[in-house]
Design a binder for this molecule. Structure first.
Ligand SMILES: [Zn+2]
Length: 573
């Protein structure tokens, strides 16, 4: 759905200074390297890549090869954009213009603008319209397959999407309207913001985990919406994300125990739900337990169930999580927190496939697939004698390491888009987009709390931002996060300039009265959770302890208010 423009569009420059690119290409034959912005490049035979592409189509089918090549192209575009920005700064009128030129120098295509790329960083608008002449990929496709019914410049459109998405900090999708492989005289591509593209699901399938983990491939079976509706934020294009998705797809159809490893907040529970949803147990229950959240003395009753009269307070018999997960998947989060006696019982349950309720002598057979997750280095826990070695080996059948967000920054714009949409909808707000310096700050931030932190930051930013306005640095980083990396400023002329000395703190952002107040709180070292607590307390005092009224005062629903208050209690416990 086309949007009314929020402001004037800036066009990229039409005079390209090749020296920028020339000085960043190095042939170093003595060491056997070719470098472009420090990345290793290969001067390969185009015909051999074309053969590889052909063989992949033969073996994997057209759809999967298209996804694969689009993803590879996307990754190339992300890498080039990142290098260009690091080398050249954030002047988008220039760096965006260098993209098409770079592709020409790399030997893929000749670009001819129908309409040069234009953008407005405040409103998020983007527009580009190009002819592609002599596309390498169209030639390769024609040679092997003849005239096709659909466009074939997969790697090329993937590249354009990855490049402009990274530059703009939000998803931009490029599509071919015409393609030499379809019999047209030249290819023609158009780039638009993702949200304005109709039927984008198909173009995006190369980025979505549920698509490329679902089998069988090659036909457009409707995606199981029940299974995927809760997982839209599992998106990514980074090598790290792809590796994880690949392993999940491999192991899902089996019954093997899976061990998910990774820092707090990387999304281990989401991945385990995906694993369950695409596996043969999808129709069975998914039961999650956070081992760190249960008091040590209750762990066994919780996991294995309890028989009436087993201990004081056990007035009724009840099944444990194992029995509840019968026929499905049991997700054991923070497995390293499990006390020793419970570890022994868990090992037995895994070996024997049966459980014994606390206070009972009967054994009950259980058919459960185990997915365990750990933050800490489990091997170190074993070495320290805090975790049973035999249990470790039992769980470590198929370990999958999920990389932290700072190692897959190229996924940030994609996830951001999902979260902004989610919270804008939840809070009934329209968010126009993201300022360019906010995009820069998101890229530069270290993300100690990973995906969960990104989601929290977006939720808070959507609350703070004006309806119809943009998310800016002061909305996103209002919780005392430390922005240690250099950032960019937007000058009056729309130029981005490096401004490390003035923008290391978001409190330097332009302020109205509230912002100024918040800035002083931040400078005083008040942390977000303290601020949140004081807001909650203050609202309660103001309303004489009336929960609903207090929630209304802060623009929250009662449930949201309670959730936050509870979260605080749990956090301080
Ligand atoms: Zn083409």
């Amino acid at each position: 759905m086309p949007r009314t423009p929020h402001g004037p569009l800036t066009a990229i420059t039409d005079t390209i200074d090749d020296r920028t690119l020339a000085k960043n290409v190095h042939f170093a034959p003595d060491s056997g390297h070719i470098l472009l912005f420090g990345q290793r490049m290969l001067l390969m035979h185009g015909a051999s890549v074309a053969t590889l592409r052909h063989e992949l189509v033969e073996r994997l089918g057209l759809e999967r090869t298209r996804e694969l090549f689009t993803r590879i192209g996307y990754q190339q575009g992300v890498d080039d954009a990142r290098c260009l920005r690091e080398a050249e700064g954030g002047d988008l009128t220039r760096t965006l213009a260098l993209g098409p030129r770079l592709r020409e120098i790399e030997g893929f295509v000749r670009n001819q603008a129908v309409e040069r790329m234009q953008f407005n960083t405040d409103s998020g608008e983007f527009w580009g319209d190009y002819y592609w002449q002599a596309s390498w990929e169209a030639e390769a496709h024609l040679k092997h397959f003849g005239i096709s019914g659909s466009p074939a410049c997969w790697m090329m459109t993937g590249y354009a999407s990855g490049f402009t998405t990274t530059m703009m900090g939000r998803p931009i999708l490029w599509r071919e309207l015409e393609c030499v492989a379809m019999g047209h005289a030249r290819c023609r591509v158009i780039g638009r913001p993702l949200e304005e593209c109709e039927d984008s699901a198909d173009d995006l399938s190369f980025l979505r985990i549920e698509d490329f983990v679902s089998a069988p491939r090659g036909r457009h079976a409707p995606v199981d919406t029940a299974a995927t509706a809760s997982l839209p934020d599992l998106v990514g294009a980074s090598a790290g994300f792809n590796a994880v998705a690949h392993l999940i797809r491999r192991v899902a159809p089996t019954d093997a125990t899976v061990l998910l490893l990774g820092e707090s907040g990387v999304g281990k529970e989401r991945f385990s739900k995906t694993l369950h949803a695409i596996g043969p147990r999808a129709k069975g229950p998914f039961v999650g337990v956070n081992c760190a959240a249960i008091p040590a003395e209750l762990v066994e009753a919780e996991l294995f169930g309890v028989e009436r009269g087993a201990f004081t307070g056990a007035h009724a018999s009840r099944p444990g999580k194992f029995e509840r997960a019968h026929g499905g998947t049991l997700f054991l989060d923070e497995i390293s927190s499990l006390p020793m006696p419970a570890q022994g019982k868990l090992l037995r349950a895994l070996q024997e496939g049966e459980v014994e309720r606390v206070g009972d002598t009967r054994v009950r057979p259980v058919d459960v697939r185990i997915v365990a997750a750990a933050n800490r280095d489990l091997r170190a826990e074993v070495a320290a004698g805090r975790f049973r070695e035999d249990l470790f080996f039992r769980l470590n059948v198929f370990p999958i390491e999920i990389p932290p967000l700072r190692e897959r920054r190229e996924d940030i714009p994609l996830m951001l888009n999902v979260f902004v949409e989610r919270y804008a909808k939840r809070f009934g707000k329209h968010i126009a987009g993201l300022t360019q310096r906010a995009a820069e700050a998101l890229w530069a931030y270290d993300w100690p709390g990973n995906v969960r932190e990104l989601e929290n930051i977006v939720e808070r930013a959507v609350i703070l931002a004006d309806d119809g306005g943009n998310l800016d640095v002061q909305h996103l980083f209002s919780g005392g996060e430390r922005l240690t990396q250099p950032m960019f400023n937007l000058s009056a002329g729309g130029r981005l300039t490096r401004a490390a000395e003035t923008t290391t703190s978001p409190s330097d952002a332009p302020s109205d009265g509230v912002d100024a107040h918040i800035a002083s709180l931040v400078d005083a070292g008040l942390r977000f959770d303290e601020l949140e607590q004081r807001l909650l307390d203050h609202a309660m005092t103001r309303t004489g302890g009336n929960l609903s009224a207090a929630a209304r005062l802060l623009g929250l629903r009662r449930g949201q208010f309670e959730y936050r208050a509870k979260k605080r209690e749990a956090g301080s416990a």
